[in-house]
Design a protein around this ligand. Structure first.
Ligand code: PMP
Length: 410
């Protein structure tokens, strides 16, 4: 259809640009369809398959007729599986009315912000942060207050910087450990220091996104806020899901646990949007949480080997500094050494977005610029890809940066 229409976007989504990540993905797909050998390292999902017993549980649920509406925010069996997981793995105890289940961790985040934010309420995001955080806060009518992490701690949030950003309007701090995109993780000491700040400001609640919990390397112990500071648990929402741990991104199943009054308010939002998460996905998620857990260690070992190799290779590229992150499946190299440089084709690399565009358009490697995550001067690579592809991507990046003439000294 062409021509003028009376279509108008609602104000609440006008500030939300179409994600640059999606735009890069589309360009990469188009280039591929034109026959270009593009390597796409933008995806935030494991390249492994969903475990076979999880698939079997889903098929059994279908055959048993579990194909109808379920309890709004999770079946009793699903909630019990979540309660069991939190108790076993995190030492946290919850009742059923303190647990909520939705269509992915993303819906849990959305429900929580929609249920709690009034116009002008502030949410502190530790940058770099997953892009959707800022957009969900914006859709919910809140104001994003980004606080950049410190390079010397792998871009983790500094407690003093957090304290300085808190105002009487601050409702939430949202933390993600291990982090998308930086891969950095908090240990008991660094998380404890953040929680000391939260303890001093009773109006501030903490949303803890633990979705990459099982992707933590070098035998580090995972630590979550509600377990570290039980005295603050009455204002902590712990969020998790099966997408990343069990390679179940397509099943859309995430969960959260926290104070009952918050969980009830979130159920109101879910009741008027999607209602219950898929009955079949809930049956599958129970099998994931209660079934054999050996795959977690196997997959973690595979990701750790890829992390070691890619971070070392990128760190050896002139103009790029790549820290070896503690977790998740991303590296987030600093490319400020390339900024201002001139490429072999005569392009001036003005910022991280030009670096990403140049790598895609001229060297067939799709990465995501750091500015998408509130942290310019970097780019993100997802190493949830075959080792041969990662090696080839590193070869291409190394060859590309070798031909960049550095910025002239002024
Ligand atoms: N949190 C973070 C930090 C993520 O990276 C993602 C997925 N990209 C999610 C939450 C959402 O996961 P899901 O909705 O698939 O559970």
């Amino acid at each position: 259809m062409t021509g003028e229409t009376s279509f108008r976007r609602a104000a609440r989504i006008q500030a939300i640009a179409v994600s640059e990540i999606l735009r890069i993905g589309e360009t990469a797909r188009r280039m591929k369809s034109e026959g270009r050998p593009v390597i796409v390292l933008g995806a935030g999902e494991p390249d492994f398959d969903t475990p076979s017993w999880v698939k079997e549980a889903a098929k059994a649920a279908i055959d048993a007729g579990q194909t109808k509406y379920t309890a709004l925010d999770g079946t009793p069996a699903m909630k019990d599986a979540v309660i069991g997981k939190f108790e076993r793995e995190n030492g946290l105890r919850f009742r059923r009315d303190e647990v909520t289940v939705g269509a992915g961790a993303k819906q849990i985040l959305y429900n929580a912000f929609m249920a709690t934010l009034d116009p002008g309420d502030e949410v502190i995001l530790a940058a770099p942060y997953w892009t959707s955080y800022a957009d969900i806060v914006a859709i919910s009518g809140g104001a994003v207050v980004p606080v950049r992490g410190r390079p010397e701690t792998g871009l983790r949030l500094d407690p003093a910087d957090l304290e300085a950003a808190i105002t009487p309007r601050t409702r939430w701090l949202l933390l993600n450990s291990p982090s998308n995109p930086s891969g950095s993780a908090y240990d008991a000491e660094s998380l404890g220091a953040i929680l000391d700040v939260i303890a001093r400001h009773p109006q501030v609640w903490l949303m803890m996104d633990d979705i990459y919990e099982h992707l933590l390397y070098d035998d580090r112990a995972f630590v979550t806020a509600a377990a570290l500071r039980p005295d603050l648990a009455n204002r902590i929402l712990t969020i998790n899901g099966v997408s990343k741990a069990y390679a179940m991104t397509g099943w859309r199943l995430g969960y959260g646990a926290g104070p009952a009054e918050l969980i009830a308010a979130m159920a109101v939002v879910q009741s008027q949007s999607t209602s219950n998460p898929s009955s079949i996905s809930q049956a599958a998620a129970i099998a994931a949480l209660e079934g054999p857990q050996e795959i977690l260690a196997e997959r973690r070992a595979a990701f750790q080997a890829r992390r070691d190799r890619i971070s070392e290779r990128l760190d050896n590229c002139p103009g790029i500094t790549c820290r070896k992150p503690e977790g998740a499946f991303y590296v987030f190299p600093d490319c400020t050494g390339l900024i201002g440089g001139r490429t072999a084709s005569g392009r001036v690399l003005e910022n991280d977005s030009t670096v990403a565009r140049w790598l895609l358009e001229e060297h067939d490697v799709a990465v995501v610029p750091g500015s998408c995550f509130g942290q310019p001067g970097h780019f993100r690579i997802s190493y949830a890809a075959a080792q041969s592809e990662l090696d080839m991507a590193c070869d291409r990046i190394a060859a590309a940066v070798a031909d960049v003439a550095p910025a002239r000294e002024l």
